[in-house]
Design a binder for this molecule. Structure first.
Ligand code: CAA
Length: 240
């Protein structure tokens, strides 16, 4: 039977590419989204991938949504915690709201997504967990104290889960994308974006599919010995 995969933030940007790649690899895929009904409806119409609406920042909503996915598609074997937001501002201008929104979605949201699924992975003695972190969790970024903190925190989650999951045949890994051509990056002021691209040795933004292919590999049976690791895919912008 096909394995079931959950992709949060899976109807747009990098998440949409991940959902499509996993479907193409034979998984039964559920993609979540928080707000954009129109994009989700279009995504489902174009791909046949079912979408579910809940806010990853809300634990009870995540738990209920995951229960619904499992009722519809069967037990979740693969979880890709991809949902993330930015609220960029230099630190002296950053508000507590900007800090909290980003922490609630990008860090607590990862807990909320994996925690309800984890007992089932342990019971069935198989699981693949992938968290989409960021280059900026590795190097920091002017204007992203909040975002960089959460993305660095995501690496701590993965390294710890890898240790707890190992004896249950559960792997946990992170991917740190560099700047990818999505709405999130296109929202950066053009002049700033041009200057960022000039710092990428391959001379271009990444493509969402280039991250999706990393996910497809990490969740495959071939990647069973890879756990607690970080795949860095950033066009050479930063070496860990
Ligand atoms: N390094 C050093 N100084 C910088 C700087 C940088 N990277 N960026 C801006 N500054 C300086 C400016 O030159 C300016 O200096 P002066 O006052 O002397 O002129 C000062 O800082 C203030 O800059 P701004 O007036 O531009 O400040 P602002 O409040 O209008 O906006 C900002 C600042 C929102 C951080 C804006 O610079 C920005 O959007 N930067 C991009 C941040 C970024 O890379 N975000 C990534 C989003 S995509 C993503 O997150 C996906 C992923 O995982 C990669």
């Amino acid at each position: 039977m096909a394995r079931t995969a959950l992709v949060t933030g899976g109807s747009r940007g990098i998440g949409a590419a991940i959902s499509k790649a996993l479907k193409a690899a034979g998984y039964s895929v559920a993609a979540t989204y928080a707000g954009n009904d129109e994009a989700a409806a279009t995504f489902t119409a174009e791909t046949g991938i079912k979408t579910y609406k809940w806010n990853a920042a809300d634990y009870e909503a995540s738990k209920a949504g995951i229960a619904q996915v499992e009722q519809d598609l069967g037990p979740i074997d693969v979880v890709v915690a991809n949902a993330g937001i930015t609220r960029d501002a230099p630190f002296h201008k950053m508000t507590p709201e900007q800090w909290n929104e980003v922490v609630d979605t990008n860090l607590t949201g990862v807990f909320n997504t994996i925690h309800p699924i984890w007992p089932g992975l342990r019971e069935r003695k198989f699981g693949r967990v992938v968290v989409i972190s960021s280059i900026n969790g590795q190097k920091g970024q002017f204007g992203q104290v909040n975002y960089a903190a959460t993305k660095a925190g995501d690496l701590g989650i993965v390294k710890s889960l890898a240790q707890e999951g190992a004896r249950f045949n559960i792997t946990a890994n992170a991917i740190c994308p560099g700047y990818i051509g999505t709405d999130m990056v296109m929202a950066v002021p053009e002049k700033v974006r041009e200057s960022i691209i000039s710092q990428i040795p391959v001379g271009r933004l990444g493509e969402p599919e280039e991250i999706a292919r990393c996910v497809a590999f990490l969740v495959s049976d071939d990647a069973g010995f890879i756990t607690g690791s970080t795949i860095t895919a950033n066009g050479g912008q930063f070496f860990v």
